[in-house]
Design a protein around this ligand. Structure first.
Ligand code: F6R
Length: 270
């Protein structure tokens, strides 16, 4: 596991974008696992900039988003379909026909979840999975208590997640506040060849500490990433502020890594 700590959230997001862009340069037909949420918004802004300025192939990748709310139509500004269209997919030469999200309006959401899981596998699995983290340590919408062998399914959002959505997702008002989501499972995420988790801001500090310093347990679903063979954690100082000296000694984070797009990255920067 590699841990990077940047001074500010924007540089942490830029680092995440550069890793995704480099992976497309290495493998234009890569399968990307994508995330939504406020943390990811600047990542897509940086990716759009990189795509505009640099020679990055964008026509051939496939993507699978982690999750979508149940019962929020794609045209609703609170849906993850809408978020992805606005922040990323509408800006691509790629027509979006290979950019998938679960269908939260499907009449049978469990069947839709199973179909989505199969579709990921039929595309050869995910090469690079981007992840945020919930304040309660969720990844995707795998809430605390989710079994580590879970696959894509329809889950009930926790009260904490619903109240966070209420406070921070301006387009989801009381009438539209979702209670369920289709999410990739923890085992689905762990099958990705590489995972990048980005966390910024002090609201994530206790989840980051639990993820890195508490026992690996489904009390903090993100802690499962410590069992993944290729995971990179990118933080800003605020998200890292809960780490203890012992945690820092154990994970030896790289502080203020230099992140540039075009050069051969040194080993401690990849
Ligand atoms: C979103 C997702 C969630 C978010 C997490 C953090 O696709 O799967 O796990 O990454 O809830 O959300 P923000 O970034 O809004 O704090």
């Amino acid at each position: 596991m590699k841990v990077f700590i940047h001074d500010d959230a924007d540089t942490a997001a830029a680092h995440t974008a550069v890793i995704a862009a480099r992976s497309l340069q290495r493998k234009p037909a890569a399968v990307l696992g994508l995330a939504t949420g406020e943390t990811m918004r600047p990542v897509y802004r940086h990716l759009r900039d990189l795509f505009a300025k640099e020679d990055i192939p964008t026509a051939d990748f496939t993507s699978f988003n982690l999750d979508e709310f149940v019962g929020v139509p794609p045209s609703h500004p609170g849906s993850f379909h809408y978020f992805m269209a606005r922040e990323f997919l509408d800006h691509l030469g790629n027509t979006g026909t290979r950019c998938f999200l679960p269908d939260g309006m499907a009449p049978d959401v469990m069947a839709e979840a199973a179909r989505y899981e199969t579709s990921i596998q039929m595309h050869g699995g995910i090469d690079l999975q981007l992840l945020g983290i919930g304040r309660n340590g969720h990844i995707g919408f795998n809430e605390p208590g989710t079994a580590f062998d879970s696959r894509t399914s329809c889950i009930a959002l926790s009260d904490q997640t619903i109240s966070t959505l209420q406070g921070f997702t301006p387009h989801l008002d009381r009438d539209m506040l979702p209670e369920f989501a289709i999410t990739m499972g923890i085992a689905t995420i762990m099958d990705a060849k590489r995972c990048i988790l980005l966390a910024t801001g002090s609201a994530k500090a206790s989840a980051i500490r639990a993820m890195l310093e508490d026992a690996v347990s489904n009390a903090c679903p993100a802690s499962v990433l410590r069992n993944h063979p290729d995971v990179t954690i990118i933080l800003d100082r605020l998200a890292a502020e809960g780490l203890t000296e012992a945690g820092i000694a154990a994970f030896q984070p790289v502080f203020n890594p230099q992140v540039r797009m075009f050069h051969t990255p040194s080993d401690n920067e990849k």
